[in-house]
Design a protein around this ligand. Structure first.
Ligand SMILES: [Zn+2]
Ligand SMILES: [Zn+2]
Length: 186
């Protein structure tokens, strides 16, 4: 091992040191399913819980998509909810969505999971079809809302995708009942 490496001064080429072959968890080469340099898999770790309580820093500039997901049978609400994507994100992760930035807004349809909410697996597949980069993490907020002033409940997901060298899926169980304001629903 070179003395520079022992002292911690590696010669990084992407995620790997060209002298000692030590790897780091950044700047991977994600052209295929695994990193072409170090072989790390981009399979996403699933983490449940509120991301607002976690010490994860998300750079707003790394966010690529913001979305709502409905079950197939709620397709008729798709257009209606499209206009609320930013509002839902602001409600769920207020600090992060404090500023304005450019992301693609999308409304997706997914299979219904066991709990009656859209299935997270189905959401991930839909995002991959849309061209989500492999080194991306996904935040999925589970939401219970009403689209008819509180008469009936609709189970949806809302969230966003951000570029991340440590790809994860954050499933955030909100499940509080929300009646979106009418003027924002148009
Ligand atoms: Zn080294
Ligand atoms: Zn790598």
């Amino acid at each position: 091992m070179k003395i520079k490496c022992i002292l911690g001064f590696h010669t990084w080429k992407g995620c790997k040191c060209t002298n000692c072959h030590k790897t780091r968890n950044e700047q991977h080469d994600w052209k295929s399913g695994n990193c072409l340099n170090c072989g790390k898999s981009n399979k996403r770790e699933v983490i449940k819980g509120n991301i607002n309580d976690r010490p994860i820093a998300i750079d707003p500039k790394s966010i690529t998509y913001a979305f709502v997901v409905l079950c197939h049978e709620d397709n008729r609400y798709s257009d209606k909810l499209f206009g609320s994507i930013a509002d839902f994100n602001r409600l769920n992760q207020p600090k992060l969505w404090n500023t304005h930035f450019n992301v693609k807004f999308i409304s997706l349809l997914a299979e219904k999971g066991d709990s009656g909410y859209p299935s997270a697996d189905s959401t991930i597949i839909a995002l991959e079809h849309l061209g989500m980069e492999p080194h991306s993490s996904i935040v999925i907020n589970i939401m219970l809302i009403s689209l008819d002033g509180g008469k009936t409940e609709t189970k949806i997901q809302n969230g966003f995708v951000f570029r991340d060298d440590n790809p994860r899926v954050f499933i955030v169980p909100r499940k509080d009942f929300i009646i979106p304001k009418e003027e924002k629903m148009q």
